[in-house]
Design a protein around this ligand. Structure first.
Ligand SMILES: [Zn+2]
Length: 481
């Protein structure tokens, strides 16, 4: 008995030893870079941002609601506000309202860099109109913030790029390598007219970029629990997108004599099955990279778990699953978003339909997920169709060793004081997902700090964020060697 106890103790001690050793021997991947203080924000720069918010460049799901006038006005605003950009760079107009700017570099042998931002914004929900503190299209400055639809998504990036380029041009600066700016006009409704067409255009010209940067992560003091320093979340991959329409047809009739099962019953069972069987949780490359970058910086006991992810997989997954956004980081998600059936209280409908939206974890192909959905529902009466043939697979992952990641990492640190950095998986979708044929090195990062009200009420970004965002792009453009 005593021998067994002693043996168990020894095993436990060895296990603790291994875990401690692995925790302590994790290399620290944080490059130590001291920030360069950001120059004061010019009054004009602030005014330009406020003006940009006033153009109601809204993308609607229903094409009939779309208004081209604000987009044309916004173009005129860019032309008159940034005259040097429009004198020096070439600009191509794609699909009428998307723009491809080219800033010719000195060295034609270097592959270009591409900076992306989108002009369009999401609408203001009718029911929330009165809940806004400030008019969403006024560009009000209040309490240290710039308020309005599009401040965080994504006009801050577009205007910061333009401000920094205009400033550098006024100093006769020319980048060493060519830099493109891609400003789509339909990112919020798939990017098919803007980003997709521009990517095709660049591909037809055999242009390969060493770096593409689009919106995505940001600097946060709040989003990583257990970390007491700000961290620049730099996305190196993004999830894919797919929508499935489920339908069941079964003879209906009078509600006074229902069959055991109706079309609605069958459909609801299918949805309940789907929701009861989440897809398998997995740490994809960008999530593993996140743990490697953050592990050594985070407190006990998270550091131990992150240093030994395979050993503590269950525990880490449980932690991620605590929130919807955490859960979305580790698995393909599905959620019903539209459901339709019936038209009269005493008639059993013949048709019941549901729309289910999927966000695909990189590595979970749409074909695999559709196969799994069929297995889970396990009922041939439920017809499954891909909506609009609209599938985007999860993106490839940009290596943290790439020049793209290292560049954005070091410039984020040069722009924000004592900030850490971490790669991660972006759960939303961006225009850059259409560019995988143009570059293997796509980074999704917006150099602002803790934006508020993304796609929601009281969207706003701090003035300090805007100041640092311009500073980021200025340093970025100077580094295009
Ligand atoms: Zn956006």
């Amino acid at each position: 008995m005593k021998k067994i106890a002693l043996f168990m103790l020894l095993v436990i001690l060895i296990l603790i030893g291994i875990i401690a050793f692995k925790t302590l021997s994790v290399p620290n991947l944080q490059t130590k870079i001291k920030a360069n203080p950001a120059p004061a924000l010019a009054d004009d720069a602030l005014k330009h941002f406020q003006q940009a918010i006033q153009f109601q460049t809204v993308s609607y799901d229903a094409p009939s609601q779309w208004d081209s006038v604000p987009f044309t006005e916004f173009r005129k605003f860019l032309e008159s506000t940034y005259p040097l950009v429009h004198k020096t760079l070439t600009r191509e107009i794609v699909s009428g309202y998307s723009y491809l700017y080219k800033w010719e570099g000195k060295n034609k042998n270097l592959n270009p860099y591409i900076l992306m931002a989108h002009q369009d914004v999401v609408p203001i929900e009718e029911t929330t109109k009165n809940m806004w503190t400030c008019n969403p299209f006024a560009g009000t400055v209040k309490d240290g913030y710039i308020w309005g639809r599009g401040t965080t998504d994504d006009k801050i990036n577009l205007i910061s790029i333009m401000e920094s380029a205009e400033k550098l041009l006024s100093q006769n600066y020319q980048p060493e390598r060519t830099v493109y700016f891609v400003f789509g006009h339909d990112e919020e409704i798939s990017g098919k007219k803007g980003a997709v067409q521009i990517a095709a255009l660049l591909q037809s010209r055999n242009i390969k970029a060493d770096l593409i940067m689009d919106e995505g992560g940001f600097v946060t003091r709040e989003k990583v629990p257990g970390l007491n320093k700000p961290v620049a979340l730099i996305a190196t991959a993004e999830k894919g997108y797919m929508t499935l329409d489920l339908s069941v047809t079964k003879k209906g009739g009078h509600s006074s004599m229902p069959d055991n099962e109706t079309a609605i019953d069958i459909l609801l069972k299918a949805i309940v099955q789907l929701r009861a069987h989440p897809f398998e949780a997995r740490f994809v490359e960008s999530t593993q990279d996140f743990m490697k970058f953050i592990g050594p910086e985070i407190g006990f006991p998270n550091n131990i778990a992150m240093a030994n992810p395979s050993l503590f997989k269950k525990l880490i997954i449980q932690n991620y699953e605590k929130s919807g956004s955490g859960n979305a980081m580790i698995r393909t998600t599905d959620v019903p978003t539209i459901i339709n059936s019936g038209m009269k209280e005493n008639v059993i409908p013949t048709l019941a339909t549901a729309t289910v939206n999927f966000r695909l974890l990189p590595g979970d192909s749409s074909a695999y997920i559709i196969k799994r959905v069929k297995e889970i529902i396990n009922d041939d009466r439920v017809i499954i169709k891909v909506r609009d043939n609209n599938i985007t697979e999860g993106s490839p992952t940009t290596s943290v060793k790439s020049i793209a990641f290292r560049t954005v990492d070091s410039i984020a640190k040069s722009s924000y004081d004592s900030v850490l950095s971490a790669p991660f998986l972006l759960i939303g979708a961006t225009d850059s997902r259409h560019f995988s044929a143009v570059s293997e090195n796509i980074i999704k990062f917006s150099p602002m700090e803790d934006p508020i009200g993304f796609h929601g009420i009281d969207e706003r970004v701090s003035i300090k964020s805007y100041q640092h965002s311009i500073w980021f792009f200025e340093q970025f453009l100077r580094s295009c060697k």
